[in-house]
Design a binder for this molecule. Structure first.
Ligand code: NAD
Ligand code: LMR
Length: 330
């Protein structure tokens, strides 16, 4: 109880606060799922002017939860105000896709948002703030955000591919008959889009290699990889709206792993490419990382089969096309 009242609160900026992901996300942040059960938090919520009433309703509900860790909730329609002194920022606000759309169809609708918000981030956030972009197309939005925040470290701008990682974990665990927590060294590479590559090559469970335990390469190539890549679409078709609670959960896993470490385990994160593994420099690209002491380290030294190289090339090509399409904003 003492620590709850004495440690300095962490300021967490969240955009798109009136939206469906945030309706799942904010309550879990306020409960302590990101910074832990002893760390007070301040929520700094951003949404558009026309969404302010809806945000106020969410704030009433947050108040009605009487979360011991939530010391203050601030609401604004001004990005620079929302990001001021932030320790962490979740960029959720943007348009979601509907049936029959691909995430890249959101490129022009959402790119401008990330340019403006990059400038605001540059102006007012703490230099060591941890940033995750959830709004689609997440990788390219994150690239735009970082490019428009030149005084903010590139390394601290990441995009979310953890939902895809979690989707793959459950499918692999079910197929292998192991617990999700037993799986390590899974990677989801590239774009959060149909070209993403859920890669089991290095994956382990119960001291063995997962590909050997499952022993079904056709299932891997023809079922697992496309099912993970198409899961967002399957949810939109079933629910009539894009994933929300699972997306919020993945954003929390992403940030929690980054802040508290992953205990030596791999997790997939969209990070700025420095050219490793032939990934063009500057792309925001899903890679396996290991987090410790509040930072992430890219997993290095992997060698690729022809199949892996082919899959990587596909998602690299798509991200390069997206970069080309928004080059005016970079
Ligand atoms: P939603 O439409 O329910 O909510 C979006 C909110 O963002 C709305 O309240 C809207 O007013 C707000 N918004 C729009 N422009 C804004 C701006 N410039 N500044 C601040 N707020 C703004 O959508 P949602 O279901 O919550 O999804 C949000 C985004 O997350 C979508 O782009 C969706 O595709 C994406 N998403 C990504 C993943 C992932 O794995 N990366 C998973 C699920 C959803
Ligand atoms: C998802 O993967 O569920 C989200 O990116 C939403 C979408 O458009 O697929």
């Amino acid at each position: 109880e003492d620590t709850v009242t004495t440690s300095t609160p962490k300021r967490i900026a969240v955009t798109g606060a009136a939206g469906q992901i945030c309706y799942a996300l904010l309550f879990r942040i306020a409960k302590g799922d990101v910074y832990g059960p002893d760390q007070p938090v301040i929520l700094q919520l951003l949404d558009l002017p026309q969404a302010q009433d809806a945000v106020r309703g969410v704030v009433m509900e947050l108040a009605d939860c009487a979360f011991p860790l939530l010391v203050e909730t601030m609401v604004t329609d001004d990005p620079a105000t929302a990001f001021r002194d932030a320790d962490a920022a979740f960029f959720v606000g943007s348009r979601p896709r509907g049936k029959g759309m691909e995430r890249r169809d959101l490129l022009s609708a959402n790119a401008e948002i990330f340019r403006a918000q990059g400038r605001a981030l540059n102006e007012t956030a703490k230099r060591d703030a941890k940033v995750v972009v959830v709004g689609n197309p997440a990788n390219t939005n994150a690239m735009i955000l970082a490019a428009n925040a030149p005084d903010f470290p590139n390394e601290n701008v990441t995009s979310m591919i953890r939902l895809d990682h979690n989707r793959a974990l459950t499918q692999l665990a079910t197929k292998a008959g192991v617990a999700v927590a037993e799986i390590d060294r899974l990677a989801v590479w590239g774009n959060h889009s149909p070209t993403m590559f859920a890669d089991w090559t290095e994956a382990t469970a119960q001291g063995g290699k997962l590909p050997d335990m499952i022993g079904d390469d056709a299932w891997y190539r023809d079922t697992l990889i496309p099912n993970v890549a198409r899961r967002g679409t399957a949810i939109i078709e079933a629910r009539g709206a894009s994933s929300a609670a699972s997306a919020a959960n993945a954003a929390i896993d992403h940030m929690h792993g980054w802040i508290h470490g992953t205990g030596g385990k791999w997790m997939s994160m969209g990070v700025h490419s420095n050219g490793e593994y032939g990934i063009p420099e500057g792309l925001m690209f899903g890679v396996p990382v290991i987090c410790a002491n509040g930072t992430y380290e890219r997993v290095e030294g992997l060698t690729f089969t022809d199949f892996q190289r082919e899959m990587m090339a596909r998602t690299i090509a798509e991200l390069e096309e997206e970069r080309e399409a928004v080059s005016a904003l970079l």
